[in-house]
Write a protein of this length. Structure first.
Length: 156
């Protein structure tokens, strides 16, 4: 028999890949290779301007396309995860404010510089300069501190 052993009355401030606010934003459509969660940073894929991929150590800041936006149309799997499948169209926020998924060592604060992790299990997550992960500096700033593994970033 399953029993819930933890309760939390606090509500997270945002969701991965959700807009932070309704100020001006630019969202473009790309084809996903599948397996890239909402709120992750992506780079040019095999067909630049058409598809995306997770970053690698070969990625540069110029390859950054944006953050995968949650369009609220992807169904959850049996484990409760909503991750776009291969060949699906996804929105990628290129300008605006969005809730981004952080690496474990990230310590964001208002107006602090944003880095994209390019290696390991956290590739595609965002971090700060103090993190020892392989990373690239982006033209982006944090809007506030982290909340439940997420932080809003300002792109553009």
């Amino acid at each position: 028999m399953g029993v819930q052993t933890s309760y939390n009355y606090g509500i997270s401030k945002g969701i991965a890949g959700g807009l932070y606010d309704l100020t001006y934003y630019e969202n473009n459509t790309f084809i996903t290779p599948g397996g890239i969660p909402f709120g992750y940073g992506v780079v040019k894929g095999t067909i630049p301007g058409s598809d995306i991929s997770l970053p690698s150590t070969a990625s540069a800041a110029a390859d950054f396309e944006g953050v995968v936006q949650n369009g609220f149309t992807t169904q959850q799997d049996m484990k409760g995860n909503a991750v776009p499948e291969k060949g699906e169209s996804v929105g990628v926020l290129r300008t605006g404010k969005i809730w981004a998924v952080l690496g474990k060592a990230a310590e964001p604060a208002y107006d602090k510089e944003v880095y994209l992790i390019t290696d390991g299990e956290e590739a595609g997550r965002f971090t700060t300069v103090e993190d020892e992960s392989a990373k690239i500096k982006l033209s982006a700033k944090y809007v506030m501190e982290k909340d439940n593994g997420l932080a809003p970033v300002r792109l553009g």
